[in-house]
Design a binder for this molecule. Structure first.
Ligand code: A2P
Length: 287
């Protein structure tokens, strides 16, 4: 259904096509930043008609290699959380680089001016609409699971809805925390963001970064740090309770399952767009 005839003829040119041919859903790359040898972020143009709610994801990708048998190419698409807020003119994404990953082995080489494919149909459960009102929101992320929270942290609604915003981010190494750490730092210093979100609102943010395989000021998995009570002591807050606390979770599968169990243990119920409740979960993209 999604097959697109290549611009080049496979019979005369067997090389994989480098640039994405002009596609119905093409968007142009406007910025790329490499954070570590395994992580990068990039920005692309936003389709004029595309609306989304902060925290949602879309399918993005590149054309795959030419199939030598058919001479055709198929789009190679994966779900990516939109890391930019819904008011932004452009779209931002935060990605892992997997050297033998079908998509990210290629995507990591994109440069400003290149085109990617973006299907403009945003969906997802990490949205404010899927939660019932509360006082404090917890954003729990591991690795690239920070992406939807990069969007939500820049959305005024997050601060309209909650008195406190706690973002935890567990990564293997300190370098893997940099994208999130810089984003939060910039939020608090950027005049446009201060004006948009309000200085008082930005003071609601509590950032709790931890590493598991490299020395950093706070080491350990967030799950263990919560189980022992250390995270709550460090943050100076009461343990999670269903009356005041709401949570959004985005990380690797094992993390999601473990924290889901813990949140249920604290008495929180899982919500959805169709049935808002006290917490929501989404799997971070992995190639
Ligand atoms: P660890 O190094 O102890 O496995 P990954 O890079 O594998 O996606 O992991 C990202 C971060 O998530 C790592 O710091 C990893 O810790 C942590 N992590 C993995 N599984 C869990 C889990 N079940 N609970 C909490 N943290 C986890």
């Amino acid at each position: 259904m999604n097959e697109i005839t290549p611009v080049t003829d496979a019979a005369t040119n067997a090389e994989p096509v480098k640039a994405v041919p002009t596609l119905p859903d093409a968007q142009t790359v406007t910025a790329v930043k490499h954070w570590t040898d395994k992580l990068f972020s990039f920005r692309v143009t936003r389709p004029a008609s595309m609306r989304f709610r902060s925290g949602e994801f879309v399918m993005i990708g590149l054309m795959g290699d030419v199939n030598p048998k058919t001479g055709k190419q198929k789009p190679l698409l994966r779900a990516y959380s939109i890391a930019s807020p819904s008011w932004d003119d452009e779209l931002e994404f935060y990605s892992i680089k997997v050297q033998d990953g079908p998509l990210t082995s290629k995507l990591q080489h994109i440069q400003v001016g290149d085109e990617i494919i973006l299907r403009p149909k945003p969906v997802g459960t990490l949205v404010h609409d899927a939660l019932i009102p509360g006082k404090r929101i917890w954003f729990f992320a591991t690795g690239t699971g920070f992406a939807p929270f990069a969007s939500l942290l820049r959305d005024p609604q997050t601060y309209e809805d909650y008195d406190e915003v706690i973002i935890t981010h567990t990564c293997r190494t300190a370098g893997e925390l940099t994208y999130g750490a810089e984003l939060i730092e910039n939020l608090k210093q950027d005049e446009m963001m201060i004006e948009l979100l309000g200085e008082e609102n930005l003071n609601k943010i509590r950032y709790y970064p931890t590493t598991t395989r490299e020395e950093s000021p706070k080491m350990g998995r967030i799950t263990d740090l919560m189980r022992s009570g250390e995270a709550f002591t460090d943050l100076g807050v009461d343990p999670i309770n269903p009356d005041s606390d709401r949570a959004m979770v985005c990380g690797n599968l094992a993390f999601n399952l473990e924290i889901k169990d813990m949140l249920e243990g604290y008495g929180l119920e899982e919500g959805a767009n169709s049935k808002p409740a006290q917490y929501v979960v989404e799997k971070a993209f992995l190639d």
